[in-house]
Ligand binder design. Structure first.
Ligand code: TA6
Length: 288
Protein backbone atom coordinates (compact mmCIF):
# COMPACT_ATOMS: atom_id res chain seq x y z
CA UNK A 1 0.00 0.00 0.00
CA UNK A 2 1.45 3.35 -1.03
CA UNK A 3 0.30 6.91 -0.44
CA UNK A 4 0.79 9.63 -2.99
CA UNK A 5 -0.77 12.81 -4.35
CA UNK A 6 -3.29 12.16 -7.11
CA UNK A 7 -5.13 14.51 -9.39
CA UNK A 8 -5.53 18.01 -8.04
CA UNK A 9 -2.81 17.08 -5.51
CA UNK A 10 -5.45 15.25 -3.49
CA UNK A 11 -3.92 12.48 -1.36
CA UNK A 12 -4.70 8.94 -2.42
CA UNK A 13 -3.81 5.39 -1.43
CA UNK A 14 -2.66 2.85 -4.03
CA UNK A 15 -3.26 -0.79 -3.12
CA UNK A 16 -1.03 -3.18 -5.07
CA UNK A 17 -2.48 -6.58 -4.24
CA UNK A 18 -1.45 -9.86 -5.83
CA UNK A 19 -4.61 -10.17 -7.95
CA UNK A 20 -5.53 -6.53 -8.51
CA UNK A 21 -4.65 -2.90 -7.96
CA UNK A 22 -6.97 -0.17 -6.66
CA UNK A 23 -6.83 3.53 -5.85
CA UNK A 24 -8.74 5.38 -3.16
CA UNK A 25 -8.75 9.13 -2.63
CA UNK A 26 -8.94 10.25 1.01
CA UNK A 27 -11.32 12.95 -0.27
CA UNK A 28 -14.71 11.27 0.12
CA UNK A 29 -12.99 7.89 0.77
CA UNK A 30 -13.54 7.69 -2.97
CA UNK A 31 -12.49 4.51 -4.78
CA UNK A 32 -11.38 5.72 -8.21
CA UNK A 33 -9.93 2.57 -9.78
CA UNK A 34 -10.06 -1.22 -9.49
CA UNK A 35 -8.15 -3.32 -11.96
CA UNK A 36 -8.06 -7.12 -11.58
CA UNK A 37 -4.95 -8.30 -13.42
CA UNK A 38 -5.93 -9.56 -16.83
CA UNK A 39 -9.40 -8.06 -16.73
CA UNK A 40 -8.94 -4.36 -17.33
CA UNK A 41 -10.37 -1.45 -15.36
CA UNK A 42 -13.73 -2.33 -13.77
CA UNK A 43 -14.76 1.21 -12.79
CA UNK A 44 -15.63 4.17 -15.01
CA UNK A 45 -14.01 7.52 -14.28
CA UNK A 46 -14.83 10.81 -16.00
CA UNK A 47 -11.79 12.37 -17.62
CA UNK A 48 -13.46 15.70 -16.91
CA UNK A 49 -13.90 15.09 -13.20
CA UNK A 50 -13.15 17.81 -10.70
CA UNK A 51 -10.48 17.03 -8.13
CA UNK A 52 -11.31 19.77 -5.62
CA UNK A 53 -12.10 19.48 -1.94
CA UNK A 54 -15.46 21.21 -2.45
CA UNK A 55 -16.66 18.94 -5.29
CA UNK A 56 -17.34 15.19 -5.56
CA UNK A 57 -15.11 13.17 -7.86
CA UNK A 58 -17.10 12.04 -10.93
CA UNK A 59 -16.99 8.29 -11.45
CA UNK A 60 -15.52 5.46 -9.36
CA UNK A 61 -17.53 4.94 -6.16
CA UNK A 62 -19.02 8.10 -4.61
CA UNK A 63 -20.32 7.52 -1.09
CA UNK A 64 -23.79 9.03 -0.72
CA UNK A 65 -24.47 9.65 2.97
CA UNK A 66 -26.49 10.56 5.11
CA UNK A 67 -29.06 11.26 2.43
CA UNK A 68 -29.63 10.17 -1.18
CA UNK A 69 -30.64 12.83 -3.70
CA UNK A 70 -31.40 16.30 -2.38
CA UNK A 71 -34.05 16.47 0.37
CA UNK A 72 -33.77 20.28 0.53
CA UNK A 73 -32.39 22.62 -2.17
CA UNK A 74 -29.86 24.19 0.21
CA UNK A 75 -28.35 20.80 1.11
CA UNK A 76 -25.57 19.20 -0.96
CA UNK A 77 -26.85 16.51 -3.33
CA UNK A 78 -26.20 12.99 -1.99
CA UNK A 79 -25.03 14.23 1.41
CA UNK A 80 -21.64 15.46 2.62
CA UNK A 81 -19.55 12.27 2.98
CA UNK A 82 -18.24 12.43 -0.61
CA UNK A 83 -16.92 15.97 -0.19
CA UNK A 84 -15.37 15.42 3.25
CA UNK A 85 -11.75 14.66 4.09
CA UNK A 86 -11.59 11.13 5.56
CA UNK A 87 -8.66 9.77 7.56
CA UNK A 88 -6.94 6.41 7.14
CA UNK A 89 -7.33 4.42 10.37
CA UNK A 90 -6.04 0.99 9.36
CA UNK A 91 -4.29 -0.96 6.63
CA UNK A 92 -3.72 -4.70 6.59
CA UNK A 93 -2.63 -7.56 4.36
CA UNK A 94 -4.69 -10.75 4.41
CA UNK A 95 -3.38 -14.23 3.65
CA UNK A 96 -5.99 -14.82 0.95
CA UNK A 97 -4.04 -12.56 -0.31
CA UNK A 98 -6.08 -9.34 -0.37
CA UNK A 99 -5.17 -5.92 0.96
CA UNK A 100 -7.49 -3.84 3.14
CA UNK A 101 -7.67 -0.16 3.99
CA UNK A 102 -10.13 1.50 6.38
CA UNK A 103 -11.01 5.19 6.33
CA UNK A 104 -13.07 7.12 8.88
CA UNK A 105 -15.28 10.19 8.96
CA UNK A 106 -16.53 11.48 12.32
CA UNK A 107 -19.05 14.25 12.92
CA UNK A 108 -17.61 17.77 13.12
CA UNK A 109 -18.81 21.35 13.46
CA UNK A 110 -19.15 21.40 9.66
CA UNK A 111 -21.24 18.23 9.44
CA UNK A 112 -23.39 19.18 12.43
CA UNK A 113 -24.37 22.38 10.64
CA UNK A 114 -25.75 20.24 7.82
CA UNK A 115 -26.99 17.34 9.95
CA UNK A 116 -27.21 17.69 13.75
CA UNK A 117 -26.25 14.15 14.67
CA UNK A 118 -23.04 12.55 16.03
CA UNK A 119 -21.79 9.56 14.03
CA UNK A 120 -18.73 7.54 13.15
CA UNK A 121 -18.61 6.40 9.50
CA UNK A 122 -16.09 3.76 8.41
CA UNK A 123 -15.35 2.74 4.82
CA UNK A 124 -13.42 -0.53 4.46
CA UNK A 125 -12.06 -1.37 1.00
CA UNK A 126 -10.74 -4.89 0.42
CA UNK A 127 -8.77 -5.45 -2.78
CA UNK A 128 -8.28 -8.97 -4.10
CA UNK A 129 -9.93 -10.86 -6.94
CA UNK A 130 -13.01 -8.89 -5.89
CA UNK A 131 -13.46 -5.26 -4.95
CA UNK A 132 -15.34 -5.34 -1.65
CA UNK A 133 -16.56 -2.15 0.03
CA UNK A 134 -18.16 -1.98 3.46
CA UNK A 135 -19.72 1.28 4.64
CA UNK A 136 -20.51 1.16 8.37
CA UNK A 137 -22.31 3.83 10.37
CA UNK A 138 -21.98 3.77 14.18
CA UNK A 139 -24.56 5.90 15.98
CA UNK A 140 -22.47 7.61 18.67
CA UNK A 141 -25.40 9.76 19.80
CA UNK A 142 -28.25 9.36 22.26
CA UNK A 143 -31.03 9.46 19.64
CA UNK A 144 -32.01 6.96 16.91
CA UNK A 145 -30.35 7.89 13.59
CA UNK A 146 -32.13 7.76 10.21
CA UNK A 147 -29.48 7.74 7.48
CA UNK A 148 -29.83 6.96 3.79
CA UNK A 149 -26.71 5.53 2.20
CA UNK A 150 -25.40 4.47 -1.21
CA UNK A 151 -22.26 3.03 -2.74
CA UNK A 152 -22.89 4.84 -6.03
CA UNK A 153 -20.64 2.69 -8.21
CA UNK A 154 -19.86 3.62 -11.83
CA UNK A 155 -19.01 0.46 -13.79
CA UNK A 156 -17.07 0.61 -17.04
CA UNK A 157 -18.83 -1.16 -19.95
CA UNK A 158 -17.56 -1.72 -23.46
CA UNK A 159 -20.73 -0.51 -25.21
CA UNK A 160 -23.97 0.65 -23.58
CA UNK A 161 -25.98 -0.79 -26.52
CA UNK A 162 -24.83 -4.29 -25.58
CA UNK A 163 -25.44 -3.91 -21.82
CA UNK A 164 -27.89 -6.29 -20.15
CA UNK A 165 -28.41 -6.03 -16.38
CA UNK A 166 -29.63 -9.38 -15.06
CA UNK A 167 -31.05 -10.23 -11.64
CA UNK A 168 -33.82 -7.62 -11.37
CA UNK A 169 -36.49 -9.57 -13.25
CA UNK A 170 -39.88 -9.43 -11.56
CA UNK A 171 -38.83 -6.69 -9.10
CA UNK A 172 -40.56 -3.35 -8.88
CA UNK A 173 -38.79 -0.04 -9.20
CA UNK A 174 -39.49 3.63 -8.58
CA UNK A 175 -39.01 5.51 -11.85
CA UNK A 176 -37.33 8.83 -10.96
CA UNK A 177 -37.95 9.98 -14.52
CA UNK A 178 -41.67 9.40 -14.43
CA UNK A 179 -43.13 11.08 -11.32
CA UNK A 180 -41.61 8.45 -9.01
CA UNK A 181 -44.14 5.92 -10.27
CA UNK A 182 -43.80 2.25 -9.22
CA UNK A 183 -43.27 -0.08 -12.20
CA UNK A 184 -42.50 -3.77 -12.72
CA UNK A 185 -39.20 -4.94 -14.25
CA UNK A 186 -39.78 -7.61 -16.87
CA UNK A 187 -36.66 -9.58 -17.79
CA UNK A 188 -33.18 -8.13 -18.13
CA UNK A 189 -32.68 -4.35 -18.15
CA UNK A 190 -31.29 -2.87 -21.37
CA UNK A 191 -30.48 0.81 -21.80
CA UNK A 192 -31.45 2.91 -24.81
CA UNK A 193 -32.43 6.15 -23.02
CA UNK A 194 -31.85 7.90 -19.68
CA UNK A 195 -32.50 5.42 -16.86
CA UNK A 196 -32.81 6.44 -13.19
CA UNK A 197 -34.54 3.76 -11.15
CA UNK A 198 -34.68 2.70 -7.50
CA UNK A 199 -35.33 -1.07 -7.44
CA UNK A 200 -36.92 -2.18 -4.15
CA UNK A 201 -36.52 -5.46 -2.23
CA UNK A 202 -33.81 -6.35 -4.70
CA UNK A 203 -31.90 -9.64 -4.67
CA UNK A 204 -28.34 -9.65 -3.47
CA UNK A 205 -26.84 -10.57 -6.84
CA UNK A 206 -26.97 -8.47 -10.02
CA UNK A 207 -24.92 -9.11 -13.18
CA UNK A 208 -23.85 -6.65 -15.85
CA UNK A 209 -23.27 -8.21 -19.27
CA UNK A 210 -21.72 -5.76 -21.73
CA UNK A 211 -21.05 -7.80 -24.83
CA UNK A 212 -17.36 -7.96 -23.97
CA UNK A 213 -15.33 -10.96 -22.88
CA UNK A 214 -16.30 -10.37 -19.26
CA UNK A 215 -19.33 -9.90 -17.07
CA UNK A 216 -19.43 -8.07 -13.73
CA UNK A 217 -21.01 -9.87 -10.77
CA UNK A 218 -22.26 -7.56 -8.01
CA UNK A 219 -23.12 -9.00 -4.59
CA UNK A 220 -24.52 -6.84 -1.79
CA UNK A 221 -25.71 -7.05 1.82
CA UNK A 222 -27.33 -4.70 4.30
CA UNK A 223 -29.11 -2.86 1.49
CA UNK A 224 -32.69 -3.25 0.38
CA UNK A 225 -32.65 -1.07 -2.72
CA UNK A 226 -30.51 -0.94 -5.86
CA UNK A 227 -30.31 2.11 -8.12
CA UNK A 228 -29.56 1.79 -11.83
CA UNK A 229 -28.60 5.02 -13.60
CA UNK A 230 -27.43 6.06 -17.01
CA UNK A 231 -27.68 9.79 -17.87
CA UNK A 232 -27.87 9.18 -21.64
CA UNK A 233 -27.21 11.95 -24.16
CA UNK A 234 -28.83 15.14 -22.87
CA UNK A 235 -27.87 14.76 -19.20
CA UNK A 236 -24.29 13.75 -20.12
CA UNK A 237 -24.03 16.98 -22.12
CA UNK A 238 -25.54 18.96 -19.25
CA UNK A 239 -22.97 17.85 -16.66
CA UNK A 240 -19.74 19.88 -16.86
CA UNK A 241 -17.67 17.10 -15.26
CA UNK A 242 -19.02 14.37 -17.53
CA UNK A 243 -17.87 13.87 -21.16
CA UNK A 244 -20.67 14.17 -23.70
CA UNK A 245 -20.23 10.58 -24.87
CA UNK A 246 -19.51 9.24 -21.39
CA UNK A 247 -22.91 7.54 -21.19
CA UNK A 248 -21.76 5.03 -23.85
CA UNK A 249 -19.21 3.35 -21.59
CA UNK A 250 -20.73 3.46 -18.12
CA UNK A 251 -23.63 2.25 -16.04
CA UNK A 252 -24.22 2.91 -12.35
CA UNK A 253 -25.46 0.00 -10.26
CA UNK A 254 -25.70 1.37 -6.74
CA UNK A 255 -26.11 -0.52 -3.49
CA UNK A 256 -28.39 1.73 -1.46
CA UNK A 257 -30.76 2.26 1.42
CA UNK A 258 -32.80 5.05 -0.10
CA UNK A 259 -36.41 6.03 -0.71
CA UNK A 260 -38.47 3.92 1.72
CA UNK A 261 -35.49 1.82 2.76
CA UNK A 262 -34.06 4.28 5.26
CA UNK A 263 -32.34 2.44 8.09
CA UNK A 264 -32.90 3.61 11.66
CA UNK A 265 -29.74 3.02 13.70
CA UNK A 266 -30.26 2.89 17.45
CA UNK A 267 -27.77 4.62 19.79
CA UNK A 268 -24.56 2.59 20.04
CA UNK A 269 -25.52 0.37 17.09
CA UNK A 270 -23.82 -0.04 13.71
CA UNK A 271 -25.40 -0.58 10.28
CA UNK A 272 -23.23 -1.76 7.38
CA UNK A 273 -23.92 -1.91 3.66
CA UNK A 274 -21.58 -4.01 1.57
CA UNK A 275 -20.98 -4.19 -2.17
CA UNK A 276 -18.66 -6.78 -3.66
CA UNK A 277 -17.87 -6.70 -7.39
CA UNK A 278 -15.96 -9.16 -9.56
CA UNK A 279 -15.08 -9.53 -13.23
CA UNK A 280 -15.81 -13.00 -14.56
CA UNK A 281 -15.57 -14.55 -18.03
CA UNK A 282 -18.71 -13.62 -19.98
CA UNK A 283 -19.24 -17.20 -21.08
CA UNK A 284 -18.70 -18.78 -17.67
CA UNK A 285 -21.27 -21.06 -15.99
CA UNK A 286 -24.84 -19.78 -16.15
CA UNK A 287 -25.56 -16.92 -13.76
CA UNK A 288 -26.74 -18.17 -10.33
O1 TA6 B 1 -27.96 7.63 -8.70
C1 TA6 B 1 -28.67 8.34 -9.65
C2 TA6 B 1 -28.68 9.83 -9.29
O2 TA6 B 1 -29.44 10.07 -8.13
C3 TA6 B 1 -29.20 10.59 -10.50
O3 TA6 B 1 -30.47 11.16 -10.24
C4 TA6 B 1 -28.12 11.63 -10.76
O4 TA6 B 1 -28.37 12.80 -10.03
C5 TA6 B 1 -26.90 10.87 -10.24
O5 TA6 B 1 -27.34 10.29 -9.03
C6 TA6 B 1 -25.62 11.68 -10.11
O6 TA6 B 1 -25.75 12.63 -9.08
P1 TA6 B 1 -24.48 13.61 -8.86
O7 TA6 B 1 -24.86 14.50 -7.72
O8 TA6 B 1 -23.30 12.74 -8.53
O9 TA6 B 1 -24.29 14.32 -10.17
Amino acid sequence: IAFTLGNGDLPKAILLAEDATAEIYLHGAHVSSFHRHGWGEMLWMSDESNFRTDRPIRGGVPICWPWFGQPQPELPQHGFARTSQWEVIETKAHADPSLEIALRLTDSEATRQLWPHPFELTMRVIVGRDLTMQLSCLNTGEEPLDAEAALHTYFHVQDIDAVRVAGLDGRSYIDKLDAMQGKPQAGELTIDREVDRIYLETPDAVTIHDGAERRIEIQKSGSLSTVVWNPWIDKSAAMADFPNDGYRTMVCVETTNAADDVRTIQPGEVHTITQSCRCEPATGPADP
